[in-house]
Design a protein around this ligand. Sequence first.
Ligand code: ADP
Ligand code: MG
Length: 250
Amino acid sequence: MTAVETSATASAQAIELRRVRKDFEGHPVIQGVDLRIEPGEFCVFVGPSGCGKSTLLRLVAGLESPSAGEVLIGERDVTELAPRERGVAMVFQSYALYPHMTVHENIAFGLETGRGLGRAQIDAKVREAADRLELTPLLKRLPRQLSGGQRQRVAIGRAIVREPSVFLFDEPLSNLDAQLRVQTRLEIARLHQAMKTTMVYVTHDQVEAMTLADRIVVLNAGRIEQVGAPKELYQRPRNLFVAGFIGSAR
Ligand code: ADP
Ligand code: MG
């Protein structure tokens, strides 16, 4: 697979996890995870609550350091990179918008601190992202004047303008109602088509995993049970656990 350059991203990066372990208070939460995610791939982590999905994503983001093993983005150890050098943007379940700032200001926020961009360049980037996410008529509104789906699009917009080479999502649809979940899911799929960014997406929802993923990683108690294309896991789950999550046994 080759990284495709677009105007929206500098380059999509590979992610490599090598024998990654993470302990919290002496208790192993991630246990010996080996995984390579290709540049431009859409990789989905699924598994039950508490199995370590968010922790693994935070390790990829460099927000946690592994207790053992290493996490590489491109060729480089993520813990040795300054946050800005990692090229990672993350979208969470809770939108984490600044309540006193407009949509425009929320999207622009990360850009204003030290990227050497002028006002006009920032404004152009914000408008491009807003256009892509159908937020243009809402740029002057405050977060409380938006629906949940619109707020999540603002959070995605804020991530887009940073031109990440790795895009991380932690259960981004869980706070949305059913109709908005479908709509926002389609938007994320479209975004991946357009940006070709490496995406890692955490969910406990099988439909999201099946419809979005190039490859699904099934996690159980901090370990990988199986990795494969959605169809492969569906048709040939390795065990009952995987079948229970994605397989035809459901
Ligand atoms: P998931 O996202 O799959 O629900 P998490 O990665 O959030 O799972 O959590 C995995 C396990 O690690 C849970 O048992 C959780 O309580 C524990 N855990 C996560 N973060 C911390 C932390 N900062 N300190 C202590 N335990 C934690
Ligand atoms: Mg979680």
